[in-house]
Design a protein around this ligand. Sequence first.
Ligand code: SF4
Ligand code: SF4
Length: 360
Amino acid sequence: MTLSKTVWSVLFRLFPCPVPVGLHRIGSPGRGSPVLLTCNFYLTVKRLKRVLRGTDAWLLVAESRGVNVWCAAGGDEFNTHSVVSVLKTSGIADRVDHRTVILPPLGGPGIRAVDVEKQTGWSVKWGPVKMTDLSAYLAGGMRRQEKMKRVTFDWKERLDVGLGSLFPFYFLFGLGFALFGRHLLADYLIIGAAAFVIFMLAEPWMPGERGIVKVLWLNGLLAVGLLATWIVPCPGGARVRADVIIAMVAFSVYGFELGGLASTMASELDPMLARLGIGAVGNLDFAGSVRTDLLNGNRRLVVDPVSCIGCRRCAEICPQGVWELSGEKHAILSRPAACTACRACLVQCPSGAIQAASVA
Ligand code: SF4
Ligand code: SF4
């Protein structure tokens, strides 16, 4: 059962895989032990417990409808209410002498720290972006080094996140071949998997910033090869051409999805669906959402320097390190091109100084 849940949550990460909400012990926690909080996605809780092995801590698992932190916070399923609720009902207040809870910073678009603090009396600290840095963060007195505040998308993350998000497409295409093109099924399974590994490993070195541009280059090269098989006849030409087309389709799917997988890139899919007039898929809202407007360039982030109180919450939460403070007075969006429109700064700003203003 546990193995099947692990396999499901690794390969079908887009789908919920919930665990019960509540309080868990890591090691032998006492009244002074740190209190960490995460979502109720099976894989996240399992991995968190693994990286914290050897540490004594309390772990609060909050409602996110079985979805991972980043996606659930973006879809408002992991939110202020989830956090307030588990802090008030889990009994944690009776087990510790302090009132500090460590939250995952990728929950920033959903959980408003100032509201949690007001409603519970607990003080919120944002932990490191990567759970693998948690032990170092706790050992360092709960201070985040700069690198612990930023998202990355290294080769291990690309393979891990890519597998969980793209496997359903691989599976569906495989089903299509099994039903309608069985003679090409084995070719598809090998080429689709190889294309995935090649794309995810080589992604940073491909020309272009966006997944779709990278795919254009890649498929352009394959199209030249395809053309060559028509001009210069080769043995098994039809099969070779079919295989090249399979590779081109696989690269297209992976490249198009890349922006949605990479927390370092803006999504291609959300703005496109909004432009096509598709307002929502399930609980994901596209048309008219602030995020989509930011991605489509219909709005941009602006700061009202009069309202800004220089609290640095925006700079602390931004996973791209986009914000700077001018002489500690007010916030400045220093690298707007790096913004992926996650909305975390808008949610966290306590004074409403950050706005998503319409572009005339
Ligand atoms: S500046 Fe952009 S990337 Fe940074 S927190 Fe705000 S919306 Fe997210
Ligand atoms: S913009 Fe908002 S969050 Fe950022 S420093 Fe000013 S008041 Fe704080």
